[in-house]
Design a protein around this ligand. Structure first.
Ligand code: NAD
Ligand code: UFG
Length: 340
């Protein structure tokens, strides 16, 4: 298993995984339409690793372009990151989300089958658990979705399960990420959201760097210890390592497995803000705002299955997460763009 195709390889999680793969000696092919990323990320990865990535620009819905990749390179497995991920936008543009995420995945699988490449790691999400009744959440928890983005992940999980059912020689891992944060410790690559960040950590970082006045904390009346929402934040470098373990697992396993990638520990919004301030010695002004529609009180993983099946567990601490997020933000106040 040497050539690994990363769809969406230039994105936040893809670029960190590309770095880990290069360092582990894999040949990395990135296939990305750059709809939410910059080729600069991959250039920086190459520099950090001292190796080359085969960087291809293309859309996973373009069957001919994808086929050309498989024709040219001996792809052993695919890690499928490509997808649109903004919850609010998905509600406004459902057809676009279903076409890109679901349609794109079907096209990808069709091409993989044509070239007899049947090992796939898919970027799923804790969003498939909807508003879980109990925490920690294990992989057998009921699944549901409350928006088109979540629905697209759920649909893809079902489609891939049906595929394995029909063709048992596929090996597919559904990695259900919890809340990815942080950046490579070099500060060279990181999360670069377009416009106003939806997610907590990039918002905190942009307040700290002076791009935004203050953080709105969405609700302090949840049934949690301090009233603010609790999530399982996971360092993106740990997440990247989980993908390497998933690839190794697929070398000698067929069938489909869903696996949580989380730390198993939940932190509240206030705990995140306080850790960021304490570790980085910066100010993060905030105010309490109304709850954000669709948010849940508490969401964190039971990560036991990842340890048992993949031999993987998160190693980075909360201090690592907030320090590395800040390091990236401070060095790249405008992300990858020159003047954003
Ligand atoms: P990202 O937006 O940084 O990366 C996704 C990449 O896919 C981008 O580079 C984008 O340009 C590319 N892309 C999108 N549609 C494409 C298409 N049709 N053809 C080719 N490339 C396309 O997002 P990320 O945070 O790195 O997330 C990666 C995956 O993980 C996504 O599928 C996302 O839904 C999933 N996920 C992310 C999170 C999170 O909070 N970051 C949580 C759970 C799951
Ligand atoms: N929050 C704030 N203020 C902000 C942003 C977030 O208080 O400006 C709070 C939220 O209310 C929540 C917590 O911070 O309690 C985390 O919010 P995020 O938006 O960072 O993350 P979510 O858990 O809401 O959503 C993320 C991804 C979704 C994915 C979900 C489950 O953004 O795409 O995790 O995996 F579906």
């Amino acid at each position: 298993m040497n050539y690994i195709l990363l769809t969406g390889g230039a994105g936040y999680i893809g670029s960190h995984t590309a770095l880990a793969l290069l360092r582990a000696g894999y040949q990395v092919i990135s296939f990305d339409n750059y709809s939410n990323s910059s080729a600069t990320a991959l250039k920086r990865v190459e520099k950090l690793a001292g190796g080359n990535i085969i960087c291809l620009s293309g859309d996973i819905r373009d069957e001919a372009a994808l086929s050309a990749v498989f024709r040219q390179y001996p792809v052993a497995a695919v890690i499928h990151f490509a997808g649109l991920k903004a919850v609010g936008e998905s509600t406004e543009q459902p057809l676009h989300y279903y076409d890109n995420n679901v349609g794109g995945t079907i096209t990808l699988c069709r091409v993989m089958r044509e070239f007899n490449v049947k090992k796939l790691v898919f970027s799923s999400s804790a969003t498939v658990y909807g508003d879980a009744k109990t925490v920690p959440i294990d992989e057998t928890a009921p699944r549901s979705a409350t928006n088109p983005y979540g629905q697209s992940k759920l649909m893809i999980e079902h489609i891939l399960a049906d595929l394995v059912n029909a063709e048992p020689d596929w090996g597919i891992t559904l990695l259900r990420y919890f809340n990815p944060v942080g950046a490579d410790s070099s500060g060279q690559i990181g999360e670069d959201p377009n416009g106003i960040p939806n997610n907590l950590m990039p918002f905190i970082s942009q307040v700290a760097v002076g791009k935004r006045d203050k953080l709105n904390i969405f609700g302090n009346d949840y049934p949690t210890a301090d009233g603010t929402g609790v999530r399982d934040y996971i360092h993106v470098v740990d997440l990247a390592a989980g993908h390497l373990k998933a690839l190794q697992y697929l070398e000698n396993h067929q069938g489909i497995e869903a696996i949580n990638l989380g730390t198993g520990t939940g932190y509240s919004v206030l705990e995140m803000v306080n850790a960021f301030v304490r570790v980085n010695q910066v100010e993060v002004p905030y105010q309490i705002a109304p709850r954000r529609p669709g948010d849940i009180a508490s969401c964190f993983a039971r990560p036991d299955k990842a340890l048992k099946l993949l031999g993987w567990q998160a190693e980075k601490t909360l201090a690592d997460m907030v320090r590395d997020s800040w390091h990236w933000q401070r060095q790249n106040p405008n992300g990858y763009a020159e003047n954003k």
